[in-house]
Design a binder for this molecule. Sequence first.
Ligand SMILES: Cc1ncc(COP(=O)(O)O)c(C=O)c1O
Length: 540
Amino acid sequence: MKKQTIEKGIDDVARVKEVLDEAAGRVSKARRDFLKLFGYGTAGLMMGGLSVGPDGMPELVGSAHAGKKGNGKSPYAKEFQFDGNLLYMNIGTTGASPTRVVQDYYQDYKDIARNPTAYFFGQQVMRNTIAPGFGCDPYELVMSFNTTDGLWRILMGIPFQPGDEIISTNMEEDAGISVLNMLRDRFGVVVKKVNLPTNDAYRDQEILDRFDAELTANTKAILFSSPVYLTGARLPEKELCLWAAGKGILSIVDGAHGPGMLALNLHDMGCDFYSGAGHKWQCGPGQTGFMYIRNNNDPKDHTVERPTSDFAPFIPPAYWGEDTVDIWVPGYSNTNPLPTYYPTNTLIYGSLPILKNGERNPEHNIAAVLQLVGNGSRPSQNALTETCMMWDDWGREDIEDYIVSLAQYLRARIVDIWGPKSLSMPWDAMYPDDPDTVARVGLTSFNPFSPGFDYNAELTTEESTEQKSASGAAVTRLKEEFGIVVRNNSVPHTLRDEPSENAAPGTFSSPLRISTHLFHSFKDVDRVIEALQEVVPTPT
Ligand SMILES: Cc1ncc(COP(=O)(O)O)c(C=O)c1O
């Protein structure tokens, strides 16, 4: 591969060496912390197991230890089964279900084929099971078809008027871009875009300032994704949502990459709406997702009593029984009144007061109405519930810590070889002493193709085109020659010298995006780093 030096413009070899030495120190620190954190050599993690019970509902079946001293495997790996030597690192596109979930799905599907049955109902129990893991109430969490479906159902249900403004970003995925385009064309909504900075120009405060700069008297909502699919940046979600709430405007989060990667507390985040994927980091089957709609504004933690029957909101208790479960829900950081919201798709609009004319009431089981969209897939919804139960049993915070530590190890190795400027996010902010500011994501974006291994290097149109094909070729070689699946993407090109112009539209760079998930280990990271050194440019 073509060789070039890192830190373009810095002639002092000693300085470059110093940067590399520091990075090397961080690699071993990241690795030490990683090993320490996950108890290689100590007790290991408690791993739970799940299965589908005789009534077709997922249930816990006990726990087993996993994670042996120094075996170099993820303590979660035994729950997954990948083909031969495949190293799958594109969870950002879609995940892989645990083996037991696949078996239960198959059995469930077989049972339905033998004894077919309509499938409108059964999800109240699932929502009761899933919601606490995301820090919300079952009345406000809907099992959607995927992130795209949730985003469309959210945005098309808010009564926007011509001239209303939505502040979004230049790094939304097609799902967000597309629904915003529809609001523009159909209702005359004005979409304003904040350019997201990268590498050393990235600061949380900079993001907040850029949103603030777009605020006008017509602003009705903000829509942003976090983590950002192009760069892996986790934006300051809570600060953005509460900033919006403070201005009396709505917040909509595209959280495609949140569930399963991060320990989410949606009430604390303060968003009005959130759409996430079930099939990516949560490792559910295809066409599964989560749609959240804030349904209360009580700042105090409290317990809610929720029905177990799907018929509860529609038929008097005498007909459905009165079985309920108590569910603890965290207080809401966003205490604004509930926004008007219309269902866009339901079998039951008009005959009930729930969501009629967009009206809101915290007592209403809005999820029951929004869930009733005709026949669904019982195997898929059961399987999603089952993966959520596994994550809850393993502990979502532990999972997040594992994923982030592994990603930190990957980033430390990248910095060691390609330098800190090759990353999408500022390295110092990724491994500071203060854990609150760690880039807590499992998506790593880095660019070994840009001049000086600089994520923000200026590119001509020709360079941009060349980079795209080099990056595409690397992805193909990684797959075909090394059995490693990652992806690349087109990131709006940034200008580091002019932070205010960062991510100026026009040219695009083509970094690689690597997903590290709970089934990976540091050995997998070492393997991808070794392969990368064969297929992408490396510094001399
Ligand atoms: C940020 C973001 N939003 C939405 C989507 C669409 O996700 P889904 O396939 O769940 O609709 C993706 C997919 O990669 C994404 O990265």
